[in-house]
Design a protein around this ligand. Sequence first.
Ligand SMILES: Cc1cc2nc3c(=O)[nH]c(=O)nc-3n(C[C@H](O)[C@H](O)[C@H](O)COP(=O)(O)OP(=O)(O)OC[C@H]3O[C@@H](n4cnc5c(N)ncnc54)[C@H](O)[C@@H]3O)c2cc1C
Length: 348
Amino acid sequence: MAEPTETTETNRTTDATRTTEVDVLIVGAGPTGLFAAYYAGFRGLSSAIVDSLPETGGQITAMYPEKMIYDVAGFPGVRGRDLVKGLVEQANQWDPQYLLGRKAHGLDDDGEQLTMTLDGESGEEAVRAKAVLITAGIGEFTPRPLPAGDGWLGNGMVHFVPALDEHAGKDVVVVGGGDSAFDWVLALHPVARSVTLVHRSAKFRAVESIIQEAREAGIRIITDAEVAELRGGADGALAEVSLEIKDRDTKEVRPEVLPAQTVVAALGFTADLGPIESWGLEVHKRSITVDSTMATARSRIYAAGDVAAYPGKVKLIATGFGEAATAVNNIAVELDPSAHLFPGHSSG
Ligand SMILES: Cc1cc2nc3c(=O)[nH]c(=O)nc-3n(C[C@H](O)[C@H](O)[C@H](O)COP(=O)(O)OP(=O)(O)OC[C@H]3O[C@@H](n4cnc5c(N)ncnc54)[C@H](O)[C@@H]3O)c2cc1C
């Protein structure tokens, strides 16, 4: 995936106050937010994109990076991961600032500027912006935890696999039984030394074709198994996974230990609009009501993509792209009424 940049010349970050100042703050680095960042740059507006996930790509990265997508205009078929990479590259032409691993929670308006407070691992920070575009999709994702993995996150245990190469030559255990779990095992199989899928039941939530593909690839699948413990080696790094496997007939439990330098906890996500619901917007059924310019009920706050609702809305990547362009062009005019709504052709 293309590397997002942390700082730019057009976006000012003051370390002392940890306040970033931009023209447009985009909340959500899914496909809609990434395309909006491109469009903001095209309109001469600086932008920052905040996302609670550590990676760009929203639902695509979190749930189906290895799947082919067939209904994005201009691509007869594109792998999720490649679409996100292209969107990041396209956005990066204008140097947006990425504030990943931060959750947007508070929103204040002093009449001139909007101030968003963010919560991240390194504490609270703020972004001051002239306009806010909410592209928060179905909300903030929280990966479902693997109880036995407590304390191992970031130290061998992951919820995402953004760069397959990092797991080259390693023993990988993927825990889960849904589409993502099978996506990961299939993607990692050619690069890792060994890949094992561990699921607590014999019933999977993934589509049959992908389960079949994993079986045909010879991937070891252990069912009716609970992860009992993750253990480190002498150097403290993750070394093995201890399982408790239940025999369905006798109900007998037998232990098994697998070597593992990586554990992918692919147990799904919960999604929640959370603080966005308290920003004084019109929210119905976890979506923000917008007009045809993608404006919300509050001045200088717009919404686009899955999170935005209007009669006849269709939640698709393609729809989000169009809405991002509409929103940013209207933001450009709201910030500078002398600006044209139509941006001109990018080909020009
Ligand atoms: C399995 C699956 C397959 C799909 N296949 C297709 C397909 O083939 N074609 C298609 O068109 N669509 C498909 N979709 C739907 C498509 O992925 C969505 O329409 C698209 O991702 C919406 O993009 P978005 O940018 O609006 O939101 P999202 O992709 O949901 O991104 C929103 C981002 O906002 C972040 N966020 C939310 N709240 C906060 C907050 N408070 N602070 C910080 N960050 C926040 C989230 O972490 C997330 O990264 C599929 C979806 C799934 C689950």
